[in-house]
Design a protein around this ligand. Structure first.
Ligand code: M6R
Length: 590
């Protein structure tokens, strides 16, 4: 997704901005650009493709802005790349200007010429037209005409050491170090650069100037803000060999151990009332986090006997949901910046619900908005495909389930005291990898796959299938094994791969029946189970033995072979698992 950086530095800023942009590459983008203020006014270099295309003689100048663009309005091209320039101004923008078509038509009728197809260019035109000598007022006036979401950073040739920034619905953060002041849309951009950061809230502006950052409201009144040290989870991540996805899968045991330690130190007292008394629980999230939220629904309903309603965040926000002040809303988001999840949480909060966030980023917009945040300790997740964050989300949500049960019936689930076994079990799941590699080599040219499960295994199947679609570009569907014969079986023919996750003793025979039905139609069948009998006696053509754990905890590790399988399939098919096509790491637009 789009990324913003900007810098007022004691020395030339081009290299600083370039480095920060490279740190945003993992988020997914299709073009990049840098603008620097200097004696010539504004110098701009912008190109379709990688940030490395911006290499070249750095522009002189100590104040500049940069951007990575993920196309929404207008194809990836040099012209559509940011920064956009109009007269004395250069601008970078994240978000979507929803009324851009009307604004653009009005500007064209007034004689303006546009050089790009983007919604963003209207903003810089509006600023330029509003300018009568006061940079800040021009930005405020322009923002007043925008509908939708934006985070912007703007340069003005009349203000040689200043960047004016504004945030509405899209993250924007100020950063400071000894020799430079910064703006960025994502803290990792400033890893190793800024020591202190301060996120802007919606409706706020800030000016980065000579030695100071000043937060202001739209009337120009100063807003008191506190800068905090860059949190450890935002420290730079690097990979020396292999891919980030492989590295992040390998980090799952450590991530689980760190997350568990942090959960054990978390004081749940501030949210005890909500956990004890909530009449209903709602959970909303997107993608992988949604699969984790679905698993939470299963666990919390079965343990705490409280109704849990789980939604894709993008659906929740447009449903006029029946949520109120007696309810608890759980928002799950690795990044804490996913636009749909944030909006769903805002809606829940506006309706009076208690909002609890589960996120990997302590300083995220979601954590700031929530009444209570559980911050997992997965560490930086750079690969677009979520892996270790899913395992840690599940751990946090299971831990939350245990707290809900405790506050309601003064009892913990029987698996609660076994959570400490998870890191070792995750490590043991790596023992499946050689077999999984064999399976991937066999299936790498397939065009579609089904993943089946029952009970909690349905969520694991869904997550495994999502991973395969996302990075190996193979159509995969994960769903309830019992549904196979209600339509989907029609698609099964000779050699079609059908994989079943079967970790429930009670449901094993049923899952194996579904696999047998597929096999009878010629399917190539695979089973993942912690039960040796299932591997040897089921009709599966290929079996993978999972580590033994209490059944209820199996989803935290049974997904690991599937994460690895998707990664192997992707690599064998010649793709880069860290940068899947069309996708972005955090989806900050609707
Ligand atoms: O940062 P979030 O957890 O809110 O992100 C939600 C989804 O966009 C994300 O999980 C996405 O589905 C992953 N790329 C899946 O691997």
């Amino acid at each position: 997704m789009c990324g913003i950086v900007g810098c007022v530095s004691a020395e030339n800023c081009y290299e600083k901005i370039f480095t920060a942009l490279t740190r945003l590459e993992y988020r997914g983008y299709d073009s990049a650009g840098i603008a620097v203020l200097n004696a010539d006014g504004v110098s701009v270099r912008k190109k379709k493709g990688y940030v490395s295309n911006l290499k070249g003689k750095p522009f002189a100048g100590d104040t500049g802005i940069g951007h990575t663009r993920w196309a929404t309005h207008g194809k990836p091209s040099d012209a559509n790349a940011h920064p956009h320039v109009c007269g004395k101004f250069a601008l970078v923008h994240n978000g979507i200007v929803e009324n851009y078509a009307a604004l653009r038509a009005a500007l064209v009728s007034e004689g303006e010429t546009f050089f790009s197809e983007t919604d963003s260019e209207v903003i810089v035109k509006l600023i330029s037209r509003a300018y009568t000598g006061d940079f800040f007022s021009a930005v405020v006036q322009a923002c007043g005409q925008l509908k939708g979401s934006y985070a912007i950073a703007v340069l003005c040739a009349d203000y040689p050491r200043e960047i004016v920034c504004a945030r509405q619905g899209s993250p924007l953060i100020a950063g400071a170090s000894r020799d430079a002041l910064y703006v960025c849309s994502d803290v990792p951009a400033l890893c190793g650069a800024a020591e202190y950061i301060c996120p802007a809230c919606d409706g706020e502006f800030f000016r980065i100037g000579e030695g100071e950052i000043c937060f202001l409201d739209k009337a120009g009144r100063q807003i008191e803000k506190t800068f905090v040290r860059v949190a450890p989870e935002n420290r730079a991540a690097s990979v020396s060999a292999g891919t980030f996805m492989e590295k992040e899968i390998a980090e799952i045991p450590r991530a689980l151990a760190d997350t568990l330690e942090s959960l054990q130190k978390t004081d749940f007292a501030p949210c005890a009332r909500a956990l004890r008394q909530a009449e209903r629980i709602f959970a909303a999230a997107c993608g992988t986090a949604l699969n984790a939220a679905q698993a939470f629904k299963d666990a919390a309903e079965s343990e705490a006997r409280c109704p849990v309603f789980c939604f894709a965040a993008s659906e929740f926000r447009y449903r006029d949901p029946l949520i109120g002040e007696k309810d608890l809303f759980v928002a799950v988001s690795q990044s804490g910046e996913t636009a749909d999840t944030l909006e769903a949480a805002r809606l829940a909060k506006a309706r009076g619900a208690y909002v609890l966030a589960v996120t990997n980023i302590a300083q995220s917009s979601l954590a700031a908005l929530a009444d209570f945040a559980i911050v997992m300790r997965a560490g930086p997740e750079i690969a677009v495909a979520a892996t270790k964050s899913y395992n840690c989300q599940l751990l946090c949500l299971y831990y939350l389930t245990a707290q809900i049960k405790f506050y309601r019936v003064q009892e913990f689930p029987d698996w609660f005291c076994r959570l400490g076994e998870l890191p070792a079990a995750a490590e043991s799941a790596f023992g499946c990898f050689p077999q999984i590699s064999v399976l991937a080599a066999k299936l790498k040219n397939e065009r579609a796959m089904f993943y089946l499960g029952r009970g909690a295994d349905v969520r694991t199947a869904a997550e495994g299938a999502l991973k395969l679609r996302e990075i190996a570009y193979i159509f995969a569907e994960g769903y309830a094994a019992g549904e196979l014969k209600h339509g989907t079986l029609a698609l099964v023919e000779d050699g079609f791969p059908v994989l079943a996750v079967s970790t429930s003793e009670k449901l094993a025979a049923k899952t194996e029946n579904a696999l047998a039905e597929a096999k009878a139609r010629g399917a190539f069948t695979v089973i993942l189970s912690q039960n040796e009998r299932a591997i040897s006696e089921s009709c599966a053509d290929f079996g993978c033995l999972l580590p033994a754990l209490p059944e209820k905890l199996m989803p935290l590790v049974s997904v690991i072979p599937l994460q690895y399988f998707a990664c192997r399939m992707c690599l064998l098919r010649g793709f880069d698992p860290d940068k899947p096509r069309n996708l972005a790491k955090s989806v900050t637009v609707e």
